[in-house]
Design a protein around this ligand. Structure first.
Ligand SMILES: Cc1cc2nc3c(=O)[nH]c(=O)nc-3n(C[C@H](O)[C@H](O)[C@H](O)COP(=O)(O)O)c2cc1C
Length: 169
């Protein structure tokens, strides 16, 4: 019988950096959640936490940090558009997740049927009415009811894995 490899020690869930690092091994897609503010200016927030929830009724969700400065604008709007970014939109992703800058500078978009920004070149978009919000630790879980949607390019999506933006090989 061969010698068994020693398994690495289990880590403590209280170690936030270790938990973040471990979760980074799980790949996610990347979406820009958009809406218009009360001043009718476009806002966007990049999330890796977008998920499908239910087909009947049609529900999707995402988790904004409670510390986010964009989440209150989305919440006030009561509706949002999920833009699924394409593999060649990593620069756009960095711009839309930057702090203290005009995130929409040079960004082309058109309004969805319900008025929120659909960004040029995305894989697909899903327009939602905000259905429910649940507290989830230092994040909120936002449930959206799908109102309209379309596949745009239908191409390869942008993927986030271990701190790097890339595409599925
Ligand atoms: C790939 C990627 C995924 C992200 N996922 C989330 C997320 O799911 N929830 C979140 O609150 N912030 C997420 N962020 C951070 C936000 O995009 C944003 O930088 C942060 O919320 C600060 O901006 P804000 O104050 O406008 O929200 C992500 C950033 C990147 C680059």
């Amino acid at each position: 019988m061969g010698q068994e490899a020693e398994s690495p020690p289990a880590m403590s869930a209280q170690d936030g950096r270790a938990l973040r690092n471990l979760l980074g091994h799980y790949p996610t897609g990347v979406c820009a959640i958009t809406t218009l503010g009360t001043d009718r200016m476009p806002v966007a927030m990049i999330v890796g936490t977008f998920t499908s929830v239910s087909l009947d009724p049609p529900l999707v969700g995402f988790l904004p940090a409670r510390s986010s400065s964009t989440w209150p604008v989305l919440r006030q709007s009561g509706r949002f558009c999920v833009n699924i970014l394409s593999a060649d939109q990593s620069t756009l992703c960095r711009q839309l997740s930057g702090k203290g800058m005009d995130r929409f500078a040079g960004v082309s978009w058109r309004p969805s049927p319900l008025g929120d920004p659909v960004l040029d070149g995305v894989v697909a978009w899903i327009h939602c009415r905000l259905e429910a919000i649940s507290e989830a630790g230092d994040h909120d879980f936002v449930l959206g009811r799908v109102q309209a949607m379309a596949v745009e390019s239908g191409g390869a999506p942008l993927v986030f894995h271990r701190g790097t933006l890339g595409r599925v090989a």
